[in-house]
Design a protein around this ligand. Structure first.
Ligand code: NAI
Ligand code: A1CAB
Length: 272
């Protein structure tokens, strides 16, 4: 289980690391128990953290040799080679290490943290508001206690699905890890199309954003399938049917999405 004041170290407080941290603090985690290691934070970001009672350091040396209960690795995959060798000292047999780096495999993580339980996870940025989707897989050191701890950390920021086949992680990354960006692009495109249809820019943006947000809330919980929600909007021979005849044509959204997801999946493999 997750105690609210167990020592937790976040390596890399960029977009994803901060989203997770905000989610944990929103859940009630004690900021005084958190150490952020990030050499790239500007003064304003550092102050943002320290004002909330979080300890911020620039290097692993400054973090000391204390073993944390949980270490979250949220640096770029390309940085992992530099970061991993110096992090072993803060992770002992009682430590759970969670990496969210795209493409970085469990065997690489396990080699860097031979004494610790390691979980490879793929969250997404809606974690910031407790609406994240995370897929996770643990190595052989993840006992039921560590599994519960990882589950608690990740469930504090949204839904969690555990998998047993690591090869699925590249497709997971392409669908839910990167997926929020596709939805934001949809909102941008819808607003742009509205502008082209004659709407003032700010009104077009408001309509598009609120439509995407509202549709997302209707989807939340999964009680009603997306296809049913779509059909509920579509009056026979009406305006939606006219638009969907374009979006659902043979060269419509599906083949485009297939190509986009495949490009992301292949990139995830490359990053590993
Ligand atoms: N942004 C997203 O939506 C998602 C990102 N991820 C993964 O999260 C990781 C971080 O991605 P972002 O947050 O988007 O990148 P980012 O560039 O916003 O954050 C990376 C952070 O790491 C810091 N950093 C660089 N070198 C460091 C070091 N030696 N020690 C500690 N911190 C260091 C940087 O200063 C920066 O704040 C990546 O591995 C990515 O694959 C996973 C799921 C979703
Ligand atoms: O773009 C990326 O590589 C990361 C992984 C998933 C979302 N952002």
């Amino acid at each position: 289980m997750l105690e609210r004041a167990e020592p937790l170290c976040l390596l890399g407080a960029g977009k994803m690391g901060s989203a997770l941290l905000n989610g944990w603090l929103g859940w009630g985690f004690d900021p005084g128990a958190v150490t952020v290691v990030d050499p790239g934070l500007d003064a304003a970001r550092r102050t943002e953290f320290t004002d909330r009672g979080i300890t911020v350091v620039s290097s692993m040396e400054e973090a000391g040799t204390r073993e944390f209960r949980a270490v979250l690795l949220a640096v770029k995959p390309q940085m992992m080679g530099n970061v991993l060798p110096s992090t072993g000292v803060i992770a002992g047999p009682e430590t759970l290490v969670v990496s969210v780096a795209a493409g970085i495999r469990l065997d690489m993580l396990g080699a860097a943290f031979p004494r610790s339980a390691v979980v490879r996870a793929m969250p997404n940025t809606p974690a910031q508001v407790g609406m994240g989707m995370t897929v996770a897989i643990g190595n052989e050191r993840v006992t039921s206690d560590f599994h519960a701890l990882a589950g608690a950390l990740l469930e504090a920021v949204g839904k969690v699905a555990w998998i047993e086949d690591e090869s699925l992680m590249d497709a997971v990354t392409a669908v839910s890890g990167s997926g929020p960006a596709y939805v934001f692009l949809l909102a941008e495109c819808l607003a742009e199309a509205g502008r082209k249809a004659g709407l003032p820019a700010d009104l077009a943006e408001t309509l598009a954003n609120q439509t995407v947000a509202g549709a997302g809330v209707l989807l939340d919980g999964g009680a009603i399938p997306a296809a049913t929600l779509r059909q509920n909007v579509t009056s026979p021979n009406g305006t939606t049917a006219a638009a969907l005849s374009v979006l659902m044509a043979d060269d419509g959204l599906q083949p485009l999405m297939d190509r986009a997801v495949e490009a992301a999946r292949l990139r995830s493999i490359e990053l590993g």
